[in-house]
Structure formats: structure tokens, C-alpha cells
Design a protein around this ligand. Structure first.
Ligand code: SF4
Ligand code: SF4
Length: 250
């Protein structure tokens, strides 16, 4: 049960705290205010993304978006193909004298063609000037801040998850192909090295065989020459004894 008079004490405490706090005066327009990034100042149009679907104009509770367009026929991309028609934007305007900055048009745009800009200095003395046509809405696009970074704990968007998976798959495939190529190259190098070694061994064997054959031939030649020389020497040794034997009995 609350103590009687506690509410009054709390209120006085807040009053005292506020009284003792240092007052801050915004020095606008000499110093521009630091606005939060999601400030709803004015709406910018990125007309390249606009398909003239009219969703924003239909959903605007104030009916302050004006869109005019016409249809154009696009010739078939391939011979025998079907012609297509597309909407071409003629006018896109927002009347900011009626706009209540609810942001519904930006939320419902399915093609990200509308953005909030924090710019707010577009007061006019003539109310008609507050209807901003497409050129002016496009100019506001250059004042649209970068989107804030995603919350690290937020669930990954489906599109980004799909793109990441595709990129990982492609990278894995590329790595596998590179590894297979490197393996094939290594195998080819090893095979070439083995062939070279085999050829060198064969050449060495042939050289050795030739050398052996030559050595053997030389040895045989030497042996034959030696034998021949011995035979000749023996023959020469025996040859002078014959006349003595013949002369003996006489
Ligand atoms: S912010 Fe709201 S009121 Fe303003 S144009 Fe968009 S939908 Fe209409
Ligand atoms: S909802 Fe978006 S795409 Fe559709 S008309 Fe409006 S701005 Fe263009």
C-alpha cells in the first residue's frame, strides 16, 4: 500500500532535479541540430525504382500523392517474341501541405522508390510551393542518409542468406576445381619426372653396355694379339733348330 504523500514527494523530486539541471538552448539556425537518422523530414523519390504501381497513392490517407503515367510498348527481345507494355512515369508529386508524415507510402512501396530524408528546411510563404514535383523529390534523394547497420543479433534476411549461400557454393566449387587442377598438374609433373628418370636410366644402361662391349672387344683383341705374338715367338724360337738336327748325322 503506497505511503500517503509519496506521490507528492516523487513529483517534487522530479521538479527539483529539473530545476538543478543545466539548461540547453539549441542555437538553430546558426547551429544545425543533430537529428536522429530516422527523422521524418521530407520524402525523396528514386524514380528509377518506381514502376507506377500506384500503391503509395492508393494507400496515402491524405490523398496527397499525385501520379500520372502512360503506357509504352516495348518491342520483343527476340524475333517472334511477344511485345510488352510498361508504365512510364509522367508526374509524381507530393503535397507536403497535406502530408501528415505517417510514412505509409514509404512502407507500402514494393520497389524501394521512396525514402525519408531528415531535411526539414522547406518552409514556403506560398502553400502551392509545398507541392514538390518529381525533380524536387529526386533532389531530396541526395540528402537521404545511409541505412543504419543491421543489428548483429537480427535474423539474416532471406535474400542475403540466399546470396551468401550461392557465393559460398561458387567459392567451394572454384576451390575444388583449383585443387583438382593442381593435383592433375602435380601428377603430370611426377609422370614427366619418372619418364625422364627412366630415359636417363636407359641411356646409362646403354652406355654401360656399350662400354662393356668395347672393353670386352678390346680385351679379346689384346688377347688375340698376345696369342698371335706368342705363337710367332714360339715359331721363331723353334725355327733355327731344324738345320742343326739335319746337320747332325752327316
Ligand atoms: S507520409 Fe503519409 S500522408 Fe504523407 S504522403 Fe506518405 S502516406 Fe501520404
Ligand atoms: S508504390 Fe513505389 S513503385 Fe509504386 S507508384 Fe509508389 S513509389 Fe512508385
Amino acid at each position: 500500500m503506497p505511503i500517503p504523500g509519496s506521490g507528492l514527494a516523487k513529483g517534487l523530486a522530479v521538479t527539483l532535479r529539473t530545476m538543478t539541471r543545466k539548461s540547453v538552448t539549441a542555437q538553430y539556425p546558426d547551429v544545425q541540430p543533430e537529428l536522429p537518422p530516422r527523422t521524418r523530414g521530407v520524402i525523396g523519390l528514386f524514380e528509377e525504382n518506381c514502376t507506377v504501381c500506384m500503391l503509395c497513392a492508393r494507400e496515402c490517407p491524405d490523398w496527397c500523392i499525385y501520379i500520372d503515367s502512360h503506357k509504352e510498348t516495348v518491342p520483343a527481345a527476340v524475333p517472334g517474341g511477344r511485345e510488352r507494355s510498361r508504365n512510364v512515369l509522367d508526374r509524381f508529386a507530393i503535397d507536403f501541405s497535406l502530408c501528415m508524415y505517417c510514412g505509409i507510402c514509404i512502407e507500402v512501396c514494393p520497389f524501394d522508390a521512396l525514402f525519408w530524408s531528415p531535411e526539414f528546411e522547406y518552409a514556403e510563404t506560398d502553400i502551392h510551393e509545398l507541392t514538390h514535383e518529381r525533380d524536387k523529390l529526386r533532389e531530396w534523394m541526395w540528402t537521404v542518409p545511409e541505412p543504419p547497420a543491421l543489428d548483429p543479433r537480427a535474423e539474416e534476411p532471406k535474400e542475403i542468406a540466399a546470396a551468401r549461400k550461392a557465393a559460398e557454393k561458387a567459392q567451394t566449387a572454384a576451390e575444388a576445381a583449383a585443387a583438382a587442377e593442381a593435383e592433375a598438374r602435380a601428377a603430370a609433373e611426377a609422370s614427366a619426372q619418372a619418364e625422364a628418370s627412366e630415359a636417363a636410366a636407359q641411356t646409362q644402361a646403354e652406355t654401360q653396355t656399350q662400354a662393356e662391349a668395347q672393353t670386352q672387344a678390346e680385351a679379346q683383341t689384346q688377347s688375340e694379339a698376345h696369342t698371335q705374338a706368342e705363337t710367332q715367338t714360339q715359331a721363331e724360337t723353334q725355327a733355327p733348330q731344324r738345320p742343326e738336327q739335319q746337320e747332325g748325322p752327316q
